[in-house]
Design a protein around this ligand. Structure first.
Ligand code: ADP
Ligand code: MG
Length: 428
């Protein structure tokens, strides 16, 4: 929850105009009062307005669009998909479906998930159950649309969730195709943790006269996170990690820069006797599910992940986030730390910083507007330029560089054997 938003209305859900049955499901889910983004986005969405919603990670954006969707769809005739939620990753799609399962029960609103890497026929069977809502990643949704296994002539509501990340992952062409294929007469809700400038085009083409529901600056961290830096070298990272993990009982999420590094670190930790799982875009869906569920349930104490795999993941009680490698873009630092101290809990975040990283770390601190304290006894290996001089603008992150080459969405086209058919002319 964004506690930096001091104006956060302490509204009750009932004041938002929700039905009694849904209020009961919210109570059952442990939702006592709306989060700020929910308080801002739900009322206009219930009225049928388009909404552009922006709030940091972990602030309840999923329910901010699922709640009005359920209420509106419950009023209409069933039988065909009338709601579509687009999400960047399989894990997020599955999480969104779980939110529909929890909150839509009494209103009898059901969802099915359509994601890459999973069995196409099983998805077709799911679609035959006449779900009200389809939660999808863009590539696989297009496969189904081309094959005619999904038709959207009854579609009323489209949600673009984690829109910034979908663009980062190169989904803009797919999103354009999807938005052109869905009915013109519809409600569209767009949610994002940040509002980068390239989001403007997507917002303009998909939203009509939207209500803007903005909560706080994207670079705001949850206040419950205690941050620490460890100055180290590349070769000392693993021993340092092992020493930090010693005697630790809480769940730990470790970020690496690449899939390969995640795999290697996972193996090392396993050899060190740790219960560890690895999550990245190169893993098969079943492996990713096992990793995530095992981590959620505590079977694995440690999850080693890359940014793309971990984006938006909602796992309660992650006590510690460790940046084994710093993120490529400063904003991702905030997203990573958003994995801990979810809602009002507390957590800690440790970043390993090498000499080569010190410039990146300064960029991150600039974004945060404050320095991150070093761990006791941890000193930079060399004296970096004091921040206070700050006149020399340094070449910073290259925002246009691909973040994780192999994690790009080309997997939708390139995994013909494992996944569904490629959207080629022959598939049409
Ligand atoms: P975001 O999409 O903004 O990153 P999520 O939708 O994943 O955040 O929500 C983060 C967590 O907060 C989830 O575990 C969700 O169940 C919980 N949550 C959402 N809204 C509320 C609420 N009103 N009260 C209590 N918990 C909530
Ligand atoms: Mg989200």
């Amino acid at each position: 929850m964004s506690s930096s938003d001091s104006t956060s209305e302490t509204l009750s859900f009932s004041a938002l105009g929700l039905s009694e049955v849904l209020l009961k499901d919210l109570t059952k889910a442990g939702f006592q009062e709306p989060t700020p983004i929910q308080a801002k986005a739900i009322p206009p969405a219930l009225e049928g307005r388009d909404v552009l919603g922006c709030a940091q990670t972990g602030t309840g954006k999923t329910a901010a669009f699922i709640i009005p969707m359920i209420e509106r769809l419950a009023q209409g005739a069933k039988g065909a998909p009338r709601g579509l939620v687009l999400a960047p990753t399989r894990e997020l799609a599955i999480q969104i479906q779980q939110t529909v399962d929890r909150l839509g029960r009494s209103r009898r609103i059901f969802a099915t998930t359509v994601v890459g890497g999973a069995d196409m026929n099983a998805q077709i069977r799911g679609l035959r159950q006449r779900p009200d809502i389809i939660v999808a990643t863009p590539g696989r949704l297009l496969d189904h649309m081309w094959q005619g296994t999904i038709r959207f002539n009854q579609l009323q509501i489209v949600v673009l969730d984690e829109a910034d990340r979908m663009l980062d992952m190169g989904f803009a062409p797919q999103l354009n195709q999807i938005m052109e294929a869905v009915p013109e007469e519809r409600q569209t809700l767009l949610f994002s943790a940040t509002m980068p400038s390239n989001l403007g085009d997507l917002a303009r083409m998909s939203l009509k006269d939207p209500v803007r529901a903005m909560v706080s600056k994207s670079a705001t961290l949850a206040t419950g996170v205690t941050q620490t830096l460890h100055h180290t070298t590349s070769s000392d990272k693993t021993p340092l990690l092992l020493s930090l993990l010693k005697g630790k009982g809480e769940s730990v999420l470790v970020f690496t820069r690449t899939k390969h590094r995640a795999d290697r670190l996972g193996e090392t930790l396993e050899r060190g006797g740790h219960r560890v799982a690895v999550l990245h875009g190169g893993r098969r869906l079943a492996q990713r599910r096992t990793a995530l569920e095992g981590f959620r349930r505590g079977r694995f104490q440690i999850l080693v992940a890359t940014d793309i795999a971990a984006r938006g993941l909602d796992v309660a009680n992650i006590g510690h986030v460790i940046n084994y490698d710093l993120p490529n873009v400063p904003e991702d630092y905030v997203h990573r730390l958003g994995r801990t101290a979810r809602m009002k809990a507390v957590g800690s975040a440790t970043s390993f910083v090498t000499v080569e990283d010190s410039r990146h770390m300064r960029e991150i601190e600039k974004l945060l507007g404050q320095p991150v304290p070093s761990a006791p006894g941890s000193r930079p290996r060399f004296q970096p330029t004091p921040q206070s001089t700050g006149q020399r603008p340094r070449p910073g992150f290259n925002r246009n560089a691909p973040r994780q080459g192999q994690d790009q969405p080309r997997r939708f086209g390139s995994n013909r054997r494992r996944g569904g058919p490629r959207p080629t002319a022959s598939a049409r």
